[in-house]
Design a protein around this ligand. Structure first.
Ligand code: PHE
Length: 345
């Protein structure tokens, strides 16, 4: 009898119960009334009186051992996720953690949205461009300093002389004006958001990569008054209904006349602060009437059509909107910086 008990102790210890079914078999085999231990209690009656104490103690030890193994295995199984649980469709969902849009995208999307509302559609052009679309078709004289190696990243250059076939990274989104106009006849009412590249030393105020949104409207009888009203509408939508605009005469090869536009400083309301350097005004874009040479170079008759164009820097507007004065932050992709921007766009 004692041997039999010892044998059962070994069996209990070695039994591998690693699933609910195994554990139930274990319970039936050892712990149930008709199980092996139950039978020992039946046989106990036949044990001679002088052995009863010792055998009884051994049977009890065996029973405790089996019960302990059962309890431990049961709680271990309860703590692991069973297959049934994985497919429990009533469990609450786990939400994906959403990222935030980049502040430059937010501002770009808002600009696009404002112009969409007055009928401007969106187009894009290539970042790697030829000299023709960036400079030549845009009425840049051959000796213009903007074509110089100082400003432009060249990809393929035939010689040290400027050549319309040179391949380069576009220095402004005005190149999309020429691409669109060579393929479409007026009326054209479009904006072109995109990335531009200039060979500049990186600092808080300048970067070799930045973003622009270009606007182009070409139709019959487009006047400077149309340009001014369009830009006033944009400034009020972007910076608030009390915003004023001011146009200062300027020069661009591709517009005539040309102007730079300032908006009244939204920080101090025009009274003068350190953001607007005490002037009450902030420069945000360049604009003008499309030069007849540009229309002609792209196959549009300047005797029939006229147009206006403008180009704004997205980083510049983001700086004003979010008061982030170091351009480099927009390119470093530090999530602690990026996470702070929330907007409807
Ligand atoms: N392309 C000019 C720039 O990059 C901006 C501009 C666009 C000016 C359209 C006039 C008309 O500075």
């Amino acid at each position: 009898m004692l041997d039999k008990i010892k044998d059962l102790v070994d069996k209990v210890q070695q039994y591998k119960a690693d699933s609910a079914e195994n554990l139930e078999q274990f319970r039936l085999k050892f712990l149930s009334k008709k199980g092996e231990i139950g039978q020992l209690f039946d046989e106990f009656r036949t044990v001679p009186a002088e052995m009863k104490k010792q055998v009884g103690a051994e049977i009890n030890k065996l029973k405790q051992l089996a019960q302990q193994k059962y309890d431990e295995t049961l709680s271990a199984l309860e703590n692991t996720v069973s297959d049934d649980c994985k497919h429990d469709l009533t469990r609450p969902g786990e939400a994906f953690e959403l990222g935030t849009r980049h502040p430059i995208s937010l501002v770009k999307n808002e600009i696009v949205d404002i112009f969409n509302r007055i009928g401007f559609t969106v187009a894009e052009g290539p970042e790697v461009e030829d000299d023709w679309h960036v400079f030549s078709a845009m009425n840049f004289p051959i000796e213009h300093p903007a074509r110089d190696m100082q400003d432009t990243f060249f990809v393929e250059k035939a010689s040290s002389e400027p050549n319309p076939h040179d391949i380069l990274l576009r220095t402004h989104t005005s190149s999309v004006q020429s691409r669109i106009m060579e393929n479409a006849q007026p009326p054209i009412r479009m904006i072109f958001p995109g990335r531009v590249f200039r060979n500049e030393a990186i600092s808080a105020r300048a970067h070799c990569i930045f973003h622009q949104v270009e606007g182009l409207y070409v139709a019959e009888n487009v006047s400077f008054a149309d340009l001014k009203q369009t830009l006033l509408y944009f400034a009020k939508e972007m910076f608030g209904p009390d915003t004023k605009i001011r146009l200062r005469p300027s020069y661009f090869p591709f517009t005539e006349p040309s102007a730079e536009m300032d908006v009244s400083c939204s920080i101090c309301g025009g009274k003068g602060c350190n953001i607007c350097k005490g002037t009450g005004w902030l420069e945000i874009l360049g604009c003008g009437m499309v030069d007849p040479n540009v229309l002609r170079a792209s196959g549009i008759d300047p005797e029939v059509y006229s147009g206006f164009a403008f180009g704004m820097g997205v980083e510049r507007i983001a700086m004003l909107k979010y008061q982030v004065r170091d351009l480099r932050l927009y390119f470093e992709n530090d999530v602690r910086f990026l996470k702070q921007f929330k907007s409807a766009y």
